[in-house]
Write a protein that binds this ligand. Structure first.
Ligand SMILES: Cc1cc2nc3c(=O)[nH]c(=O)nc-3n(C[C@H](O)[C@H](O)[C@H](O)COP(=O)(O)OP(=O)(O)OC[C@H]3O[C@@H](n4cnc5c(N)ncnc54)[C@H](O)[C@@H]3O)c2cc1C
Length: 356
């Protein structure tokens, strides 16, 4: 019997396992081969791979610094904001660390203490409650088997199977499908572009230079027309002057945008959620790495005094990130209301003078 079973070894699950792995008997499972140095079975997490200032801060607070091998050029010091509807663009100073997301996830896994029973290429299927905790049904190499744990942690991302199976699921957050395509780059500019155009989406689209490719992405409402909207975005970007070479990769993922505090999920009777499984992601930028680290840290701190009452302690400690999500929602009109955005961008407040 394990004390704690963590489902998912992305940034949230790997961080929690690192922090509690020596104090508890921990089982960590992930369907990806995160201990494998190669890329097997399309393991990549669809992500822009930008470490924003909030994430940089929590990484520092956790006593970590990024190793050279996870970095990818160029490092980015400005956001190019393009309002396609109002034909206006501005540059704003902001520092991002540009990373290779696969290598980043594997680096986090490499920090997990050897006391943790970490199983990769292993999928969580279902669970049942038992007298002492939970019976988990897992699948590895085509074989089903059972493990038992006193508590479970869902760190299995936005599409969390665990949260979908629990009775107390959160009211559904606004659901977006994100698509990213990677293009061989031509004269890549060193900016993260944030692109606004309601014909494409009421959220936003982006471009990110990464090594010698340009990532073009967008988060659009789920539905049949997401693909045609993405094609429209590419046409608009090409007309705007972006040069898209050969496509080398295409990927997609779900984003649950928490437009109210009700859209986040702490847990219920013996189960806790961290990272995107708990809805912890910025509703304005879809930045989620800082929330993955913070929620894992708060849960580790809540587990320190013991298993009894851990969920109440976690509930309390996550208030700060719930408030942070609330504040981001309050600020959202400055980015997402076309009239306010146009006024702010036209004023040039806080924008940079670019020497072209
Ligand atoms: C298109 C896109 C771009 C983004 N860009 C950025 C960015 O630039 N910067 C930023 O900060 N954030 C970004 N985000 C958000 C960020 O990627 C997430 O917030 C972050 O990955 C959350 O970490 P996590 O550990 O909670 O979940 P995940 O990283 O999703 O990890 C979940 C893990 O659970 C595993 N898993 C899932 N189901 C099962 C199962 N049934 N059994 C076993 N294992 C399972 C998965 O294999 C995975 O390893 C982006 C998101 C999207 C969709």
């Amino acid at each position: 019997m394990f004390d704690i079973a963590i489902i998912g070894a992305g940034p949230a699950g790997a961080t929690l396992a690192r922090l509690i792995g020596k104090s508890y008997k921990v089982l960590l499972i992930d369907k990806r081969e995160l201990n494998d140095s190669g890329i097997r079975g399309g393991i990549s997490k669809c992500c822009g791979g930008l470490v924003a200032p909030d994430a940089q801060k929590i990484i520092a607070e956790l006593g970590l610094g990024l190793p050279q091998e996870v970095l990818v050029g160029p490092q980015l010091f400005a956001v190019r904001t393009i309002d396609l509807e109002n034909s206006i663009e501005r540059y704003y100073q902001r520092f991002y660390i540009n990373i290779d997301r696969d290598k980043f996830d594997k680096w986090l896994v490499s920090l997990i203490p050897k006391e943790v029973d970490a199983r990769f290429g292993c999928s969580f299927k279902t669970y049942e409650r038992t007298e002492n905790g939970f019976k988990l049904r897992l699948l590895k190499d085509g074989r089903e088997y059972i493990e038992n744990a006193k508590i479970m942690v869902g760190a299995d991302g936005a599409f969390s199977i665990l949260s979908r199976q629990t009775s107390g699921r959160r009211p559904l957050a606004r659901s977006y499908i994100s698509i990213q395509e990677w293009f061989e780059g031509q004269s890549l500019k060193p900016y993260f572009s944030a692109i606004f155009d309601r014909e494409v989406t009421d959220f936003y689209s982006w471009t990110i230079p990464k090594g010698d490719v340009l990532i073009v992405g967008s988060a659009m409402h789920e539905g049949k027309d997401a693909i045609s909207k993405f094609e429209l975005l590419k046409r608009k970007l090409t007309d705007y002057g972006f040069e898209l070479g050969n496509r080398v990769r295409k990927e997609g993922a779900l984003i649950l945008r928490p437009i109210s505090a009700k859209h986040t999920l702490v847990g219920e009777a013996g189960i806790a959620y961290i990272g995107e499984a708990g809805g912890w992601i910025s509703p304005s930028s879809a930045e989620g790495l800082s929330y993955a680290f913070k929620s894992a840290l708060f849960l580790a701190q809540s587990l320190k005094p013991g298993l009894d009452g851990f969920l109440e302690r976690y509930e309390k400690s996550t208030r700060s990130i719930r408030n942070n999500i609330l504040v981001k929602n309050l600020k959202s009109p400055f980015m997402y209301n076309p009239i306010i955005r146009q006024t702010v961008m036209k004023s040039g407040i806080q924008s940079m003078d670019m020497q072209k």
